[in-house]
Design a binder for this molecule. Structure first.
Ligand code: AMP
Length: 188
């Protein structure tokens, strides 16, 4: 399969974006771009950027838009043809607008924004379980609550943004991962 294609995965932390985006990327031959993974890799390698963002991530706050947008520009510049799934980006209106501008230059609009919907109690349960299994620095209860609050305040407005653009796909994110994947395939 070829031709420009851009998908965005929206949804709160713990909704299953990373897992589902990875599977969809593989099946559709798209590159998954996860800003969280890229940032964690910088922290692990101890780069300048990593040192700058580590305390922000540990608090559960958002990294400044300009740092995130520099990462995205770099990733997009490496693609001969834009075929990407964004996981955990955009997270603010400013990021979404900047993504649209970058994509307009490349002639490749966002084809679909998949919103994985999961009730907050379920998210808390999942994140606390992941904290035990993976030991991520930002998976403790205090930070998890902060990340959920940041999502509500800064990222939720993007639901209206993509609905207005006519590309929002709401998907029930509760259930068996294989079943959720089928719902996503039907939606996009
Ligand atoms: P994630 O793995 O997507 O949940 O991201 C983990 C952390 O990385 C977030 O809590 C933020 O601190 C930071 N982060 C990841 N993506 C972004 C983004 N698009 N904008 C701002 N901060 C981000």
């Amino acid at each position: 399969m070829s031709g420009a294609m851009v998908l965005v995965f929206l949804g709160p932390p713990g909704a299953g974006k990373g897992t589902q985006a990875a599977r969809l990327a593989e099946d559709l031959g798209l590159t998954k771009i996860s800003t969280g993974d890229i940032l964690r890799s910088h922290v692990a390698r101890g780069t300048e950027l990593g040192k700058q963002v580590a305390p922000i991530m540990e608090r559960g706050d958002l990294v400044p838009d300009e740092l995130i947008l520099a990462i995205i520009r770099e990733e997009l510049s490496q693609m001969a043809e834009v075929r990407a799934i964004f996981d955990g980006f955009p997270r603010t209106t400013r990021q979404a607008e900047a993504l649209d501008e970058l994509l307009a230059e490349l002639g490749a609009p966002v084809n679909a924004a998949v919103l994985l919907e999961v009730p907050e109690e379920e998210l808390l349960r999942r994140l606390l379980r992941r904290a035990k299994l993976e030991g991520r620095a930002d998976d403790n209860e205090q930070t998890i609550r902060r990340r959920l609050q940041v999502y509500r305040e800064q990222t939720q407005p993007l639901i209206d943004y993509y609905a207005a653009a006519g590309v929002l796909k709401r998907v029930d994110g509760v259930g068996d991962p294989g079943q959720i994947y089928c719902r996503i395939r039907e939606a996009v």
